[in-house]
Each structure stands twice: as structure tokens, then as C-alpha cells.
Design a protein around this ligand. Structure first.
Ligand code: PMV
Length: 312
């Protein structure tokens, strides 16, 4: 049997994180500059399926993996969906996506794993099917995921996303450039989402009003992206960041990087993803990308990724 290989990109949330958990819209885009690659190789008869995560130095036989192991969950869900017995194979996972930093590393691993295992078994799953299976895995480590990460990564397209609604792909009229600056602080999404849920319980009116304001920004941003009014996006990013500060999900380091980006000439900047750590994003004009990346490095960014949105 031939070796099968699939990949999945990273992602960032451009607008609307957290509010999206509470039914407001959000916009996310794939980041193809970072990737997960999963390769399947045939293994000796009766050896079963082994999952090897190269970066984590982990090798887990499916038969002994814990129920909540996300790699095993992705494999089990795929086998159940295809009504297939466990094959004799080794799945080797390698990734250039930083972990727990808002770039969708876990989601991309599940996505590439589902695709590769299905391919090894002779099937090609539609994006909607991959997204649905990966969403089941997300629930294990995220608790109450909105579903935006599995959607944008499985479809590999910019999306305008509303929880439990059919996916709406976003057409980017004029491509634009973002820098993604990593604080170097890992921040598990589940913890931040739970913390916000507790706070909202104490004062639902305040938090719901903030979510509504974020939802309005997302709708304005959608229009700007679809009409190519890139100049409008920067101030909308700045406004979204302010509201995320009010939600209590920013951090000193994130605010410093956002400030540094603006000071160095970014059109706008905000945290991206769960917050409290992870990444921030800055909208930049192409001719100042280098200086801005340098400014982010000087302000303490551990890694800076440049990505083009809307150019495939
Ligand atoms: O996975 P992250 O760090 O990009 O954050 C997910 C975005 C949240 O809105 C905070 C959670 C969710 O499920 O949508």
C-alpha cells in the first residue's frame, strides 16, 4: 500500500473571538505559512494503528490510548465514520504550528490526521465531513468550542462564521498582509473561555453588550473585506482589541506588542484567539513589513509570521 500524506494549515481569528462562543459572528482565515503534515505508512500485520507525534516525542498505539487523547479520538471517530476496522499502519504527525497560541495547532493536527487516515483507507472526505469530525475532537479539549477553528481549517478558506449556522465563505476583494506576533506565553483556550463564562454569569448584561459591540465590528469588517476597503480594517482591529481588553482576555505582553506594532506604523492591531497569551496580529502595508517585524521582535515577540490574506 502506498504512503499517504495530507496537510492542514494554521489559522487566525481576524475579528470576533470570544463573542463567537455566545452566538455573535466572527471572521477567521487560514495561515498557510505554518502547516501540519500527517503521513500514513503501512505497518506489519496485526500491529494495529500507532500515532507518532514527532514534535512531542510521543508514540501511542491506538489500542492503549486514553479515551480523551485527542489524536486517538480523531482516529477513532474517523474509523467509526467509515465503518472501518483498525488498520495496520503508522501515522506520523509533524507540525510547524506553535502549540496553544491561537494558531489552531490542535485543530490542524486533527484535520490532517482525519484526512490521512481516511485516505489510507481509500476514502476522501468532504470538507464539511472533516469539519464535523474535528469538531467532536475539539469538544474534548476545548469544552464548549464555537466551531470556528475546525471550520476555517477544514475548508481552508476565509470564513464569516456564526455558531451552528451554515458556513459562509468570505471573498477577499483586495489581498492584505498581516504580521502575527507570538508573546511566547502559552494560553489554553479552555481556561480563558471558562474564566470569561464565570465572569459573564455575574454580570450578563455588561458582557452581552460587549459581545454585541464586537458583533457589529465583525459585520463592518466583513463589508470592508468584501469591498476591498482595507483602510477601514485597521481602526476596526483597534476597536476590537479595546473590547477584548474590557472582556479581560488581554495581557500586558499582548498590549505591549499591539502598541509596538501601532507605534511602528501598523494600520491596526489586536490580540487573536483566546488571549491572555498566544498571538497578536497587525495589519501592515507591504513596504513596511520588515521594519514592523523588527519592531515586534524588539518589543519581545518570540516569533513573527507574515501572512497574506486572500491570495492563494
Ligand atoms: O483557539 P483559539 O486560541 O484561536 O481561540 C478560539 C477562539 C474563542 O472564540 C476564544 C473560542 C471559540 O471556541 O471560538
Amino acid at each position: 500500500m502506498a504512503v499517504i500524506e495530507s496537510s492542514a494549515p494554521g489559522k487566525i481569528i481576524l475579528f470576533g473571538e470570544h463573542a463567537v462562543v455566545y452566538g455573535r459572528p466572527a471572521i477567521a482565515v487560514p495561515v498557510t505559512e505554518v502547516q501540519v503534515i500527517v503521513t500514513a505508512e503501512p505497518a506489519p500485520k496485526d500491529s494495529g494503528l500507532t500515532l507518532v507525534a514527532l514534535e512531542l516525542g510521543e508514540s501511542v498505539p491506538l489500542s492503549t490510548a486514553m479515551q480523551d487523547n485527542p489524536l486517538a479520538a480523531a482516529a477513532r471517530l474517523t474509523l467509526a465514520r467509515l465503518c472501518a476496522p483498525e488498520p495496520d499502519a503508522t501515522l506520523i504527525i509533524s507540525s510547524t504550528i506553535p502549540i496553544a497560541s491561537g494558531l489552531g495547532s490542535g485543530t490542524a493536527v486533527s484535520t490532517a490526521l482525519v484526512r490521512t487516515l481516511a485516505g489510507f483507507l481509500g476514502h476522501t472526505l468532504e470538507a464539511a465531513e472533516v469539519s464535523r469530525l474535528v469538531f467532536e475532537v475539539e469538544k474534548i479539549h476545548h469544552g464548549t468550542p464555537s466551531g470556528i477553528d475546525n471550520t476555517v481549517i477544514a475548508y481552508e478558506q476565509p470564513v464569516y462564521f456564526v455558531r451552528e449556522q451554515p458556513i459562509e465563505q468570505l471573498s477577499v476583494r483586495t489581498p492584505f498582509t498581516l504580521l502575527i506576533g507570538d508573546t511566547g506565553t502559552r494560553s489554553p483556550t479552555k481556561k480563558v473561555v471558562e474564566h470569561l463564562r464565570r465572569n459573564r454569569k455575574r454580570n450578563p448584561a455588561r458582557y452581552d453588550a460587549l459581545f454585541d459591540q464586537i458583533g457589529d465590528i465583525v459585520d463592518e469588517a466583513r463589508e470592508a473585506i468584501e469591498t476591498g476597503s482595507i483602510g477601514r480594517l485597521g481602526p476596526l482591529m483597534d476597536d476590537n482589541h479595546e473590547l477584548l481588553i474590557e472582556l479581560g482576555v488581554s495581557s500586558k505582553k499582548l498590549d505591549e506588542l499591539v502598541e509596538a506594532a501601532r507605534f511602528a506604523g501598523a494600520m491596526g492591531a489586536k490580540l487573536s484567539g483566546a488571549g491572555r497569551g498566544g498571538n497578536m496580529i497587525a495589519l501592515v502595508e507591504d513596504d513596511v513589513t520588515e521594519e514592523l517585524a523588527e519592531a515586534l521582535g524588539e518589543a519581545g515577540a518570540k516569533r513573527v509570521i507574515r501572512t497574506r490574506v486572500g491570495e492563494w
